[in-house]
Write a protein of this length. Structure first.
Length: 607
């Protein structure tokens, strides 16, 4: 018997989900379904995407609503169009053996009249992004006065995207007695605040420790010199011939540039960012889902809600501005119980940020060396061997050519033949990686960049040179302004207000400057401090978030411009693309044509 029955899910739903391959509940389903089925709790679930949370709330909704009635009884709010469609589709799948279940997806960028028509026909479950939902409410086109359940999915993302006010307005049209179920991958102060605002005594469920990423994700970092970043990135990709990855960049321009450079270098890559039209984005996503693309280069915003299974690697080409975003990025891999790797390519100055992320996700990163040229060649060779071994032979098509092929090879031993066959691609790599330099940058962790290291060399934000800039995890959302924060710092650390330099109050964190000589006193003063039950964290600001934001981001630091070659390669790649796409496996090196070899010849010249 399917264990979902024991959780209290009825047969027709269990039959439908069994067909979807749900044989056992995921941990979040196991723990939340019995609670949510009571229908009497507000609920906060701290869980990543990919953990099965859609069914965790979707199945209880299907149990609790009255489908003989055709008015909105449940509202699911989520941050993106992609997620909205995904949830709608999932709920429709779970309920495909039930009758009269009407679910409507309400999202921007699509015809509103279709959505209005569906609502008018009668729906019980509305899955919506906040902007379009509010638009429909403002047209008086929906009545939420009998809504019993509101789900806030990926609440942290919705707040990141500035939907707080829209959510307030939408929820004000729902009855006070409704139950609210909130799901979030991370629990920053803003989410804590909305949980408090909309819920009474919610049942809280944390999968893993707070803010912890999925346990199936391995976190790795590589340290390179800025100028070697692109070359190192390519080497990592070449070292993973079966990679199916999402590469995160910080800006649209960087995203576009990296994608273009990769395409020119013969990889199956494309970019996803906010400057693309919805149609263009859909097209890129379709190709990625179908695995015609092997690498999707994306900004944080554009990649929100991407739900593609089997992503093997997330690559942080640039670390995210906000640490919370690291969790979102890495959560794109290791979905549905699979494993995955989240790679960060950093320069030595960013080590402090890796340590900060480690603290937030509660997991250690492994420092990995950039593979040598030889390592890559070896890895590719065995990948080729594996592919040759497992290739599907089209007996019918090849048969007619076999006599001629046999004739060609008649004077060759099996060993010779295999050697030659495998060498076709292997030689390309040997050529390309001949004399490849070591791309690992020296790291002097603990001396320059660790918190308790040599502070005087720590990068600073500008301002008075005798000051050290400190980070504190409190900000305007905790209702601090500069004056309040100054008072709080002085009170806590027993230093004079006059000695505090510039104070920058941000949303969930702030920065302030204190004389170098006072740093220890301030850190000691905050040791063990709590603010409204939450530990207060003080750190020396590295070249993190706001430094880049304030100081402006310098693109092309990876130096890939120099790696590029002209249009010739692009043409070559295009000519080969059809085959590559059909193949749908392996790296940018799978083509055996002469044209391709030319490309690799160019590669070689770049070293
Ligand atoms: P979600 O976190 O809801 O986006 O789910 C991630 C993926 O896991 C989706 O592809 C689901 O179809 C799949 N999934 C969810 N629950 C189960 C389950 N109990 N067994 C197998 N797959 C599941």
């Amino acid at each position: 018997m399917n264990p979902f029955i024991n959780l209290g899910i009825r047969h027709d739903i269990v039959n439908a989900i069994t067909e979807l391959g749900f044989e056992n509940p995921t941990p979040i389903q196991e723990q939340s379904i019995p609670v949510l089925l009571t229908g009497s709790n507000d609920f906060v679930g701290l869980a990543q995407t990919g953990t099965g949370k859609t069914a965790a709330f979707g199945l209880p909704l299907l149990e609790l609503l009255d489908f003989e009635e055709n008015f909105p009884q449940a509202l699911v709010l989520c941050p993106t169009r992609e997620l909205c469609l995904q949830i709608t589709n999932d709920i429709k799948n779970y309920s495909k053996k039930m009758s009269n279940v009407h679910v409507v997806a309400v999202y921007g960028g699509a015809s509103i009249s279709d959505q209005l028509r569906q609502i008018k026909r009668g729906v019980q479950i509305v899955v919506a992004t906040p902007g379009r939902m509010l638009d429909i409410i403002n047209r008086n086109a929906i009545d939420f006065s009998r809504v019993k359940y509101v789900v806030l999915d990926e609440a942290d993302e919705m707040l990141n995207m500035g939907f707080q006010e829209d959510i307030d307005n939408i929820l004000s049209t729902t009855p006070d007695e409704k139950k609210t179920w909130l799901f979030s991958a991370t629990m920053p102060a803003e989410v804590r605040r909305i949980a408090k605002k909309y819920m009474t005594d919610p049942y809280e469920l944390t999968m893993g420790t707070k803010n912890t990423g999925n346990a199936n994700i391995e976190h790795e970092y590589y340290v390179v010199r800025a100028r070697d970043k692109y070359a190192a990135f390519k080497r990592i990709v070449d070292f993973n011939p079966d990679i199916f990855g999402i590469v995160f960049c910080r800006t649209k321009i960087e995203t576009q540039d990296i994608a273009e450079a990769l395409i020119k270098d013969g990889y199956n890559a494309d970019s996803l960012h906010g400057d693309l039209s919805q149609q263009q984005r859909d097209k890129v996503m379709k190709r990625y889902r179908e695995r015609s693309l092997q690498l999707l280069i994306a900004t944080d915003v554009a990649a929100r809600g991407i739900d593609v299974n089997d992503v093997t690697h997330v690559i942080n080409y640039s670390l995210p501005d906000e640490i919370e975003n690291y969790t979102h990025r890495s959560g794109r891999t290791a979905r549905a119980g699979k494993t995955g790797v989240s790679i960060s390519i950093i320069n030595a100055k960013e080590l402090g940020k890796i340590r900060q992320i480690e603290r937030v996700i509660g997991k250690k990163f492994a420092k990995v060396d950039i593979p040598t040229g030889f390592d890559v060649c070896e890895k590719q060779l065995f990948s080729i061997v594996h592919k040759i071994h497992n290739v599907q032979v089209n007996e019918q098509q090849i048969e007619q050519y076999l006599p001629r092929i046999m004739e060609e090879f008649k004077d060759m031993s099996k060993e010779d033949f295999i050697k030659r066959f495998a060498s076709i691609e292997f030689n390309i790599f040997l050529d390309y990686y001949k004399n490849a330099p070591d791309l690992n940058a020296p790291v002097e962790e603990g001396r320059r960049f660790e918190r308790d290291g040599d502070r005087s060399s720590y990068p600073r934000s500008g301002g008075k040179s005798e000051y050290t800039r400190l980070f504190i995890n409190l900000g305007s959302v905790d209702e601090f302004n500069r004056g309040d924060l100054l008072g709080y710092i002085c009170n806590q650390s027993k230093i004079s207000g006059r000695s505090v330099g510039k104070i920058d109050v941000k949303g969930v964190y702030s920065f302030f400057e204190v004389p170098h000589a006072d740093v220890d006193k301030v850190t000691a003063g905050f040791n063990g401090a709590e603010f409204k039950g939450r530990p207060v964290r003080i750190e020396i600001a590295g070249e993190g978030v706001s430094e880049r934001r304030d100081g402006g981001y310098q693109r092309r630091e990876g130096g890939y411009r120099g790696d590029r070659t002209g249009g010739e390669r692009r043409d070559g790649f295009r000519n080969n693309r059809g085959g590559a796409e059909r193949d749908g496996s392996g790296g940018g090196f799978r083509d055996f044509s002469g044209k391709r070899r030319e490309e690799h010849g160019e590669r070689r010249r770049r070293f």
